[in-house]
Design a protein around this ligand. Structure first.
Ligand code: PPS
Length: 202
């Protein structure tokens, strides 16, 4: 981590930390005061998004169904990372051995799209910052199908996130989606209970 002066906040973003067993202990030994921001979305959509990303780099990848269920039809394959990462309650359990819940902010991936200023507002409050970024900074870009910044930092031009963010998802049969929804439901409920926040995924 770079040196941080008084009055500065250093932010580091690595999605895989949340699901890495050794990460909480290491981060705690670096600084037990660290604030932790976790962006979560419906684990079923997250798994399909994860698959879409792998598929874009690996043409000929087996179907989502073939990877999500053992032998294509059997139990849900929790060894597949796209499935395992969505077990938020389990990952959080590991973090709560080192950090109290008050150190966490859970950001809704869905609201980050439907109301980016609202979610970014919560982030600013959590970090003790003035609400500098507001509604005024975003517009909905119909071509991208997502909110974008009216002006990028240091430029007068609008800026959307890159091609790898918000790519189309492959079609997954409804029966497959439903099986995964059922699978995640108890884990989601446990997660809501642990953090006192209901994301309404079920
Ligand atoms: N404003 C805006 N523009 C584009 N995309 C947006 C935006 N806000 C949130 N998202 C969602 O971000 C998802 C990609 O982020 P990831 O967390 O997968 O990225 S990464 O893990 O850091 O690579 C990406 O997921 P997919 O839609 O599945 O590609 C988006 O849904």
């Amino acid at each position: 981590m770079p040196r941080t002066l008084d009055g500065q906040i250093t932010i580091e973003k690595t999605p895989s930390y949340f699901v890495t067993l050794e990460a909480p202990g290491r981060i705690h030994s670096m600084s037990p005061d660290t604030k932790l921001i976790v962006v979560v979305r419906n684990p079923v959509t997250r798994a399909i998004s994860d698959y879409a990303q792998t598929l874009s780099k690996t043409p000929g990848l087996p179907s989502f169904r073939a990877l999500a269920f053992r032998h294509g039809l059997g139990p849900v394959d929790t060894a597949w990372s796209a499935v395992r990462i969505g077990l938020y309650a389990q990952h959080l359990d590991n973090w709560l051995r080192y950090f109290p819940l008050s150190h966490f902010l859970f950001v809704s991936g869905e609201r980050l799209v439907s109301d980016p200023a609202g979610e970014v507002g919560r982030v600013q409050d959590f970090l003790g910052l003035k609400r500098v970024v507001t509604d005024k900074h975003f517009y909905f870009n119909a071509t991208k199908g997502f909110p974008c910044l009216k002006k990028a930092q240091g430029s007068s031009r609008p800026r959307c996130l890159g091609k790898s963010k918000g790519r189309p998802h492959p079609r997954v049969p409804e029966a497959v989606v439903q099986r995964l929804r059922d699978f995640y439901q108890p884990f989601n409920r446990k997660f809501y209970q642990m953090i006192g926040q209901d994301f309404g995924w079920d």
